[in-house]
Design a protein around this ligand. Sequence first.
Ligand code: SF4
Length: 63
Amino acid sequence: MRIEVDRDTCEGIGMCESMAHRFFEVDDDEVMHVLDANPAEADRKEVAAAVASCPVQALSLVD
Ligand code: SF4
């Protein structure tokens, strides 16, 4: 499982961080960093919820 980010679409809003702070972090310049791009299977539910929460659909989860 891999987290992919469409950098042209991401607006640094930070919903992903609030849903799954172990995997996403927005810095002071509103740039989002993926902290772990390859989550364990056990974390799928948390990561999938964060991906779904992005208001501009910048995130996807690839198996
Ligand atoms: S919720 Fe979407 S727009 Fe906001 S920081 Fe995360 S990926 Fe970017």
